[in-house]
Every structure is written in structure tokens, then in C-alpha cells.
Design a protein. Sequence first.
Length: 76
Amino acid sequence: MAKVSVNKELCIACGVCWALAPDVFELDPPTGKTKIKSPYLTKDSESMSEGSIPDNMVETVKNAASSCPTGAISVE
Ligand code: SF4
């Protein structure tokens, strides 16, 4: 398992992570920012969306994180 988080204050809603890891990231229409998808979502607030992902998704999510133009995604 790994923890993933999106800093919504940095997210510019470019859509790169939605395309690269569509099972984990989605647009949250009310905020216009990225949100972690259910069932991986563990906590969602105005400024952060946090989740927990299985090991077999870590590489995909790390790729999305490194492709995010604003560095809004963290994977630990
Ligand atoms: Fe937001 Fe980064 Fe995802 Fe683009 S790649 S939608 S800036 S979190």
C-alpha cells in the first residue's frame, strides 16, 4: 500500500493525472480540482485529497505524479 495526496491549492485541473491514472484521479466538479476516487479516497478537504492505493498501482500513480506540471501529487 502507498499513500497518495493531491494538494488542491496547486492543482490547475490540467487533466494529465486523470488521463494517466483514471482509476485513481478524477475531476471534482464542485471545486474544479482533482480528487482521489472512491474506493481509494481516505480523506477529502478543501485543500487536500488523500487516499491509499495498492502496490500494483504505485508505478502508475508515481508516473502521474511526476507528470503533474505543478507537483501537486505526492506518493509515499
Ligand atoms: Fe491537477 Fe496535477 Fe492532476 Fe493536472 S496533473 S489535474 S495539475 S493534480
